[in-house]
Ligand binder design. Structure first.
Ligand code: GLA
Length: 414
């Protein structure tokens, strides 16, 4: 008996020591945080559609919609409140407060509600004194805010970069990252620094994703220049800014080309192309439309299982740009089991006839060290949007791609 007791005590001690070691010493914080986004995170964010018009009612209704309209079943999990959820001032102890008019029941009650739907709740803050919308930022309150979020049951923090004075981004983001980790609650950390100081070179291990550009707007091909520092980018403009970044992304650490504008006013072709490109870029799939009232075409784009499988492929290898001729741009993305996805993007407004004689082409990805050898392996070809088998790579591809649209194919080994 005594021996057994001793054994149990020794085992318990070992377990405690191991737990303490894991919490304090083991350099596996990176591995743990990578587990928060082994594939790009999927969800919704209020900003693109609602800007400052957020409220607990909107957020609850969005959660209701996501839970029941097929999005949750397709993998969407996070319901994220962007700017303007905060009260204009902190309380006397410096605690961040929800805006009493918009969120009278508080964030904890909202998190409980969202969790009751099997979903997760995200909030937004800023590394500076104030958010971009002028609400209190987290500068000087990082630990306090992280503890508050954890006590409310928050699962995701988007952290912006307005009103930062002379702050250095790596240190500022690490500070909040450490505070979130110390809070004891797993909280996905989404950096929103717009690519200003190349977060892809330093943010791995600090957060699970980092914005690579300024803000998107619902235009396929366009750029609005407000000032030298403040621009808004169309889908193609953001796409072009991803060049050279694919080597920095992978499981647990993603390039974020900003949230989706699907359903926010582009044509159906453009929405399809935008969604496809974001899937090929391994982008976080954060929808940004009003999920309560959307056209069936919008929902079917957002929930397309075949495209989502490209985005959520466990290898987590971003697509590489293969060619660009006459406004027709071709991308290839390595997938698990030796498969590939191929995207033919027509950047033009008019349709283009596209021919691709596989046996004369060879894809070689120096970064993932993978090759598609069409002269030695014959792949089965499937059109992912049309849900049609197109034969094999033994026969040259010939297809018409409408303007501002894509052809998305999956190539599987026989
Ligand atoms: C910045 C971000 C946007 C949004 C707004 C909120 O512009 O890049 O995504 O969060 O702030 O004010």
């Amino acid at each position: 008996m005594k021996k057994t007791g001793l054994t149990i005590t020794a085992a318990a001690c070992a377990a405690v020591i191991l737990a303490l070691y894991t919490a304090c010493v083991c350099p596996c914080g990176g591995a743990k945080s990578a587990a928060l986004a082994p594939t790009p995170q999927m969800g919704w964010n209020s900003w693109n559609k609602f800007q400052g018009r957020v409220s607990e009612q909107v957020i609850r209704e969005i959660a209701d919609a996501m839970a029941t309209n097929g999005m949750k079943a397709a993998g969407y999990r996070y319901v994220n409140i962007d700017d303007f959820w905060q009260a204009p001032q902190r309380d006397a102890q410096g605690n961040i407060l929800p805006d009493p008019k918009r969120f009278p029941s508080g964030i904890k009650a909202l998190a409980d509600y969202v969790h009751s739907k099997g979903l997760k709740l995200g909030v937004y803050s800023d590394a500076g004194t104030n958010t971009c919308g002028g609400r209190p930022g987290s500068l000087g309150h990082e630990v306090q805010d992280a503890q508050t979020y954890a006590s409310w049951g928050v699962d995701y923090l988007k952290y912006d970069w307005c009103n930062v004075g002379g702050l250095q981004a790596p240190a500022a983001y690490k500070k909040m990252s450490d505070a979130l980790r110390a809070s004891g609650r797993p909280i996905l950390f989404s950096l929103c620094e717009w690519g200003t100081s190349k977060p892809w070179t330093w943010a791995r291990g600090i957060g699970q994703s980092w914005r690579t550009t300024g803000d998107i707007f619902a235009k396929f091909d366009g750029l609005i220049t407000h000032t030298a520092e403040w621009k808004e980018y169309g889908v193609l403009q953001i796409l072009d800014l991803q060049e050279g970044l694919r080597q920095y992304a992978g499981p647990g650490h993603w390039n974020d080309p900003d949230m989706l504008e699907v359903g926010n006013g582009m044509t159906e072709n453009e929405d399809r192309a935008h969604f496809t490109l974001w899937c090929f870029l391994d982008a976080p799939l954060i929808s940004g439309n009003d999920l309560r009232h959307m056209a069936p075409e919008t929902l079917s784009i957002l929930t397309d299982r075949d495209l989502i499988a490209v985005n959520q492929d466990p290898l987590g290898i971003e697509a590489l740009k293969y060619s660009l001729h006459d406004g027709v741009e071709i991308f290839f993305k390595p997938l698990q089991h030796g498969a590939w996805a191929m995207c033919v993007l027509n950047r033009n407004l008019e349709p283009r006839q596209v021919g691709f004689d596989w046996k004369n082409e060879a894809v070689s990805d120096d970064i993932s060290n993978r090759q598609a050898k069409f002269d030695t392996i014959t792949y089965r070809v499937r059109d992912l949007w049309k849900k049609q088998d197109l034969g094999t790579t033994a026969t040259p591809l010939s297809a018409e791609v409408p303007g501002h649209d894509v052809l998305a194919l999956r190539l599987d080994k026989p």
